[in-house]
Design a protein around this ligand. Structure first.
Ligand code: SF4
Ligand code: SF4
Length: 432
C-alpha cells in the first residue's frame, strides 16, 4: 500500500535505534537555571522579577509582549541571582533570568480541572495555553495561543497532530506517543474545540508501527483518525503534512490557516492537555540526547538546564566532541560549547565526534537538489545568487519560501553548504 506523502524530499538514514527503546527518564533539576526571555518566535517576554526575588516552579518570570510572544516561567524553586544577556542555543544573545535553586522543588499551586467542563469554553482553552507560555515543541517555537486564534475570515476545519519526527536521531515524540497516547489525544481534542474544527488526524510515519497501533486503539474515542504517512524527510514539515493528508497546498508566503488547517506537534498537544488539566506552565520538555555519547537517552528536562548536565547524566562523551547540535543533523543548530541551556525548542542534543564538515565544492549542475526540494525551489540557483550577493534575485526565486529543511544539501554530491547560504541570504534580505 502506498502511504500518503508530498513531492520531493529525501531518505537520510534514521539512526533512531540509539534511543527509540529508551523510556523517558526524569533528569534531576539543575542547581542553576539559565532561562532566556526569548524562547519563541516573536517579541521577547518582559522580565517580571528582579535579583534576590524568590521564585517557585511555575512562577511567571517573563510577560509576553505584543501579539506574537509567549510567557516565561521559572523551572526551579530558588532565588533570582541576576538578569543578564547569555548565549542562546538558537545562535544569538538573549536577556536571561539566572535562578539559583534552594533545593526545595516547590511548585506554584496547581489545581486539577475537569477537562469536559472546558468543552464549550474555547476562549478559556486559549487563555490557559497563553498563560502557560506554550509554544510549538517540534522546534519552531511559534506561540501556540496565536495558532489557536486564527483571523475570523480564516476558519480552520482541519487539525493535524504531527507525530512524524522525521529528523534523523530524534525519538522524543516517538516516546511520548508510546507513553502518553491518551493525553496527546486529549490535548488534540482541546485543540479541535479551541478552533471549532471538525476533522482531526494524527500523522505518524510508517516506520513507527508500535505508535500507530497504540494511537489507532484510542483515536476514535477522541474524534481523531490515524494517518500513516511515508517515512521521508521532511514529512513533518507543516506544509508537507497538510498536503500529504488533505491535498491542500499552502500558497507561497502563506500560512496553514490560509487553507483551513492547523498543525500541532504531539508534544505540544500533551503540554496543552497538562495546562488545561492541571494549569501546568511549560517548564520542562523531553529531549533526546544522542550521538557519540555513552548512554543515549530520552530525558524529561527542566527548561534552563545546561546541555552539559544532560550529557553527563548520559555517561559523557565518547571521544572528543567535534560538533554539539541542538536538534537533529538536518535542521539543527551547532553550539559553541555545552554550557548553553535547554530551551522550549530543544527537541534533541546530538553529539558528533567525527562529523566531516561540508566540502562545499563547486556545483556540477546535476539537478539532484531540485528533485529533493519539497518546496519546489531551485536551490542551486538561489545559492548561486546569494554567493554573488544578488539577494533580490535570490528572493525572486523563492528564498523566503525555503523552510531550511536541508534536503538539498543532504543530496548534493558537491556537499555545498546550501542551508548556511540560505540562512545568510534571508538575514541579508530581511535586514535590507
Ligand atoms: S531549498 Fe530550502 S526548502 Fe528546498 S530543500 Fe533546500 S533547504 Fe529545503
Ligand atoms: S545538488 Fe549540488 S551539485 Fe547538484 S545542482 Fe544542486 S547544488 Fe549543484
Amino acid at each position: 500500500m502506498g502511504f500518503l506523502t508530498f513531492k520531493g524530499g529525501v531518505h537520510p538514514p534514521g539512526i533512531k535505534e540509539l534511543t527509540q527503546e529508551k523510556a523517558i527518564t526524569k533528569l534531576p533539576s539543575p542547581k542553576l537555571a539559565v532561562i532566556p526571555l526569548s524562547q519563541h518566535l516573536g517579541a521577547p517576554a518582559k522580565p517580571l522579577v528582579e535579583p534576590k526575588n524568590p521564585v517557585k516552579i511555575g512562577t511567571k518570570i517573563g510577560e509576553l509582549q505584543g501579539r506574537i510572544s509567549a510567557n516565561i516561567h521559572s523551572s526551579i524553586s530558588g532565588i533570582v541571582k541576576s538578569i543578564e544577556p547569555r548565549f542562546h542555543p538558537a545562535g544569538f544573545t538573549a536577556l536571561s533570568v539566572i535562578i539559583e535553586s534552594d533545593g526545595e522543588g516547590e511548585w506554584e499551586p496547581q489545581e486539577e480541572q475537569d477537562i469536559d467542563s472546558l468543552a464549550s469554553k474555547e476562549s478559556e482553552i486559549i487563555e490557559r495555553v497563553k498563560e502557560a507560555g506554550i509554544v510549538g515543541l517540534g522546534g519552531a517555537a511559534f506561540p501556540t495561543h496565536v495558532k489557536l486564534a486564527p483571523p475570523q475570515d480564516k476558519p480552520v476545519d482541519l487539525v493535524i497532530l504531527n507525530g512524524c519526527e522525521c529528523e534523523p536521531y530524534l525519538t522524543s515524540d516517538y516516546r511520548l506517543m508510546l507513553e502518553h497516547p491518551r493525553e496527546i489525544l486529549l490535548g488534540g481534542k482541546l485543540i479541535m474545540r479551541a478552533l471549532n474544527a471538525t476533522k482531526g488526524y494524527i500523522a505518524v510515519e510508517d516506520n513507527k508501527p508500535q505508535a500507530i497501533e497504540k494511537l489507532t486503539a484510542l483515536a476514535q474515542e477522541f474524534g481523531f483518525e490515524v494517518s500513516v504517512v511515508q517515512t521521508k524527510y521532511p514529512q513533518g514539515g507543516e506544509k508537507q503534512l497538510i498536503y500529504a493528508i488533505s491535498n491542500r497546498e499552502v500558497p507561497a508566503g502563506g500560512l496553514p490557516f490560509d487553507v483551513g488547517a492547523c498543525v500541532q506537534n504531539v508534544g505540544t498537544a500533551l503540554a496543552i492537555y497538562e495546562t488545561c488539566k492541571f494549569r501546568k506552565p511549560l517548564v520542562e520538555r523531553v529531549v533526546t540526547v544522542t550521538g557519540d555519547i555513552r548512554e543515549p537517552q530520552n530525558l524529561l528536562v527542566r527548561i534552563g538546564t545546561p546541555f552539559k548536565e544532560l550529557i553527563e547524566f548520559c555517561g559523557g562523551y565518547i571521544g572528543e566532541p567535534e560538533k554539539i547540535i541542538m536538534g537533529g543533523p538536518m535542521m539543527g543548530i551547532a553550539q559553541p560549547d555545552d554550557n548553553v541551556p535547554v530551551v522550549k525548542a530543544t527537541s534533541g542534543i546530538l553529539v558528533q565526534s567525527k562529523m566531516s564538515l561540508p566540502l562545499d565544492e563547486p556545483c556540477i549542475r546535476c539537478g539532484s537538489c531540485i528533485d529533493a526540494c519539497p518546496m519546489g525551489l531551485l536551490p542551486a540557483k538561489i545559492g548561486d545568487y546569494i554567493t554573488a550577493k544578488k539577494f533580490d534575485l535570490a528572493k525572486e526565486f523563492g528564498l523566503l519560501d525555503c523552510i531550511e529543511c536541508g534536503s538539498c544539501a543532504w543530496t548534493c554530491p558537491s556537499r555545498r553548504n546550501l542551508v548556511h547560504l540560505f540562512k545568510y541570504g534571508k538575514l541579508m534580505t530581511t535586514n535590507n
